[in-house]
Design a protein around this ligand. Structure first.
Ligand code: FPP
Length: 254
């Protein structure tokens, strides 16, 4: 067994005996551009390399028994990047779907794309339908891919749809509880993330899952996304296991 594999297995065991594994991990995949620039490569090559990290991350999540993963692949703000980069990211989405959908289905991964899909090209929409269709029976891991996603936008569309139900007389304003509101978000069906990971050292949440991360633990790693692997996911979970989650309460006996 290689030293790397041995180290990974040891880390996996450490996590497995370390306590609860988060049910839902959300990740802001950052640093692709810097990874490419450091190598004198165009930015899109950083994104392409980042696709391999998505695969490692899914493998790591399955090995750990994490049931929900949400990845921030493309924000609404990303539409204003240079056209060349936007096109490359859309191409990568199709490439990802072509390469991975079968393997994902075989591993029991269900993919759901969340975001404002109205701006996607026909080809990108086809890719979304294809991966969602192929993987819809997956029961091991729900992989939410946030594409053309903005959290304020998501909250607004939830508010609008609940307002419509009120206007239609289907519910009254008093029926709008936290649970009902959460069900109107794109992430309906996934629990709130226990752990939010951000790569590349930036300390921002960048309009990602603002409602859902109210009580999430946050782990920021300096690792750039294309360098992120299973061991980084395991380290993030180990960090999570060391936290004391209080949800605003005090610890009994303290
Ligand atoms: C942020 O890095 C990353 C993105 C905007 C795109 C993330 C996309 C992928 C990982 C590949 C596609 C994945 C799927 C699942 C289709 P950045 O460009 O902001 O990096 P920088 O801060 O170093 O410039």
């Amino acid at each position: 067994m290689s030293d790397r594999k041995h180290g990974l297995d040891a880390l996996l065991e450490q996590v497995q005996s370390g306590g609860d594994v988060p049910a839902h991990v959300a990740i802001i995949m950052d640093g692709n551009g810097r990874w490419a620039s450091e190598r004198g490569l165009p930015r899109w090559m950083g994104h392409r390399e980042g696709m391999k990290s998505v695969r490692r991350c899914v493998t790591g999540a399955l090995d750990l028994g994490i049931r929900h993963v949400t990845l921030y692949a493309f924000s609404k703000e990303n539409w204003s990047r240079p056209l060349e980069e936007v096109s490359a990211l859309m191409r990568l989405l199709s490439e990802y779907v072509e390469r991975e959908r079968q393997a994902l289905a075989e591993k029991g991964v269900r993919v759901r794309v969340i975001g404002d899909l109205s701006r996607l090209s026909k080809q990108a929409l086809k890719a979304v339908e294809s991966i969602q269709g192929t993987t819809e029976g997956g029961e091991e891991l729900m992989l939410n891919l946030a594409i053309s996603y903005g959290s304020r936008d998501e909250i607004l569309q939830a508010a609008r749809s609940l307002a419509m139900e009120c206007v239609a007389g289907e519910i009254s304003p008093a029926d709008i509880t936290e649970d009902r509101f959460a069900s109107a978000l794109y992430t309906s069906g996934s629990p709130d993330p226990d752990l939010l990971v951000r790569t590349s050292g930036e300390m921002r949440v960048s309009n990602f899952l603002l409602w859902q991360i109210a009580y999430s633990e946050i782990h920021v790693t300096p690792v750039l996304w294309p360098d992120f692997g299973e061991s980084d996911l395991y380290e993030a979970v180990l960090d999570y296991q060391r936290r004391e989650r209080r949800f605003g309460r005090v610890t009994l006996g303290a």
